[in-house]
Design a protein around this ligand. Sequence first.
Ligand SMILES: Nc1ncnc2c1ncn2[C@@H]1O[C@H](COP(=O)(O)OP(=O)(O)OP(=O)(O)O)[C@@H](O)[C@H]1O
Ligand SMILES: [Mg+2]
Length: 691
Amino acid sequence: MSSPPLDAAATLNPAQLEAVYHLTGPCLVVAGAGSGKTRVITTKIGQLLKSGYAARNIAAITFTNKAAQEMRERAKALVGPRAAKDLAISTFHSLGVRILRQEGTRVGLKEQFSILDSDDVLSVLRDAGGTTDANQARSWQWTISLWKNMGLNAAQAAAQAKDENERTAAIVMTKYQERLAAYQAVDFDDLISLPLKLLTEDAEARGKWQDTLRYVLVDEYQDTNAVQYDLLKQLVGERALFTAVGDDDQSIYGWRGATIENLKRLPLDFPQLKVIPLEQNYRSTGAILRAANNVIAVNPKIFDKKLWSEFGDGEPVALVESDGEDHEAERAVSRIQAIRGQGGAGIEFKDFAILYRANHQSRPFEQALRRANIPYKVSGGQSFFDKAEIKDLCGWLRLLVNQDDDPAFLRAVTTPKRGIGHQTIAGLSQFAGKWKCSMYEALFAESLGTALSAKQIGSLHEFGRYVNELEYKARHTSGAKEAKVLLLEWLSDIAYEQHLYDNEENEKVAAARWNNVLDFVDWVAKRCGGEIQEDGGKFETEKQTVLQVAQTISVILSMAERNEDQDQVVLTTLHASKGLEWPHVFLAGVNEGLLPFKADDEEMTAQRLEEERRLMYVGITRARKTLAVSTLRRRRKARELVMGIPSRFILEMKLHESSVKEDPREKLKRLREAFAAKGAASSAAQAADKS
Ligand SMILES: Nc1ncnc2c1ncn2[C@@H]1O[C@H](COP(=O)(O)OP(=O)(O)OP(=O)(O)O)[C@@H](O)[C@H]1O
Ligand SMILES: [Mg+2]
């Protein structure tokens, strides 16, 4: 069956077409927001298929699972479901899983390894560093992750450590890595660095993967980090057949090790690189685009870019002021209602997004939307899969995949409690530590009797046998119906429903949790049947066994979301909004301290400020038709109310350049003066409140 005709010329401009038709060498598209970079990638997938590439030889790498899903949908519309099925569209991380699944043994992993999520990493770090201080562990996690993303191992990290803190972190990193090895587990950063190590050191594996992924496309290239860049280089090899698209002005993950250097390195490492700029914006009105251009113009430039739009000026950007977070949320709701009122039935709730800098800012908006009966979803925040009951079950599934995964073992053995007490577990753990083996292995050791009583050992053996039996079934069960039967049988074996009611005083909450569990069972079962449904999309793959689904679960879940396609207002952080667009955007809390964000003890460097400014640019450029920029006169900080100062970014938007009734410079000046006067009054009032 041939793919449907691809009529790219009708929908792309000449510069985009040039990028799509350049198939013989490396290609870089650097261009501003909304200029159709992602569209170039999807169209190019179609072009590659047309020119004879098999779908399985094309890899497209996106920044989030959600973006991958969206790209798959677009590709499906372009080239049909058959071809889309075989395309390797994924994040760097899922690609890493795929490589490690096939080649893990070459880097010392057994076939069934575990992937630890952030919570597990923290508990391993607390253990490895001998601390109960969660903040300390988090800080180590942060540092170690940055090092790994820079491509440093523990020894190299120790050698370059700058102070006592970093030296300690490097020591903890050594122990941490030892534990991961013992558990046969990897963390998220390893999903990139281990495949990189493999491809760098193993010529045979490198050849194989270069042969499999013959053409590579990368979206949001500006946010790749050093190891991802090196992995890309190894994958494309000498042939260098790839297309990267990105925007240096949207690099917002510097804090996670992403480096703009990767944009500069590309033309140096690949002298034959074809660099194509795009200049026409197809997303936003003139007023919005001008505000965006004005803000980003304040930052130093790497690539000189122009961005223009054929759309008229449109609505002027609205500046919304409010007395505090609750008031701001009410104003956002009124705006949604007003725009819908004016625009008639054509405007849906999903046309609106409320964007903010930090997750915690969503709460007042959720409350106000709920009061107004407006459906909404919080995206990128605590997702379904972060819920305790789902994590419990994932712990179990992971244990089935890899019995040496101690964090998963601990979760499963204690959920639900089954007469295996603290002391038994502590004894087992000590024994395992002494013999340098996993707890599961220790459980069947003959000399365990030296550490535990016969009764304790008896209950452990019973647990071990059950895990074994379940593993066998999970390995041999595939198909949606069969998987569902097995999963429900397991839940009944471990009396999980009862466990939820025992641990939750409020019956309604327990019932809701149990419902989540049943949803989860359906979700896993569908995947076993080869139907993947997430982020509003749906596509078919091969049938999988329960064990196969279990192995990738933490990666799939890390970014997965549900209910994507319903008619809901979207609440999301600026970081998670990257690449997306909505007709109507409300930018919340555009205040000094919030955006640009500044921690109390932080000294704001020029670099940090520039990254915050890029974040503002990303936020503004998500809007297609209307944009409201909202600022607080007073805001809550820890438990206190403080005076709100409008963000410098508002001034930088130069809103007076568009046709606004009051000159915004005047308005801002007036506001600032009013704030100053009120600030004095409100701190007096606050003092009075407290006494
Ligand atoms: N040639 C074109 N003609 C009409 N519409 C286009 C064209 N190219 C892109 N678009 C539309 O413009 C919008 C922005 O495109 P796209 O998301 O690809 O931009 P982008 O450069 O990837 O933006 P970002 O930097 O935010 O990721 C989309 O709605 C897309 O469908
Ligand atoms: Mg894009």
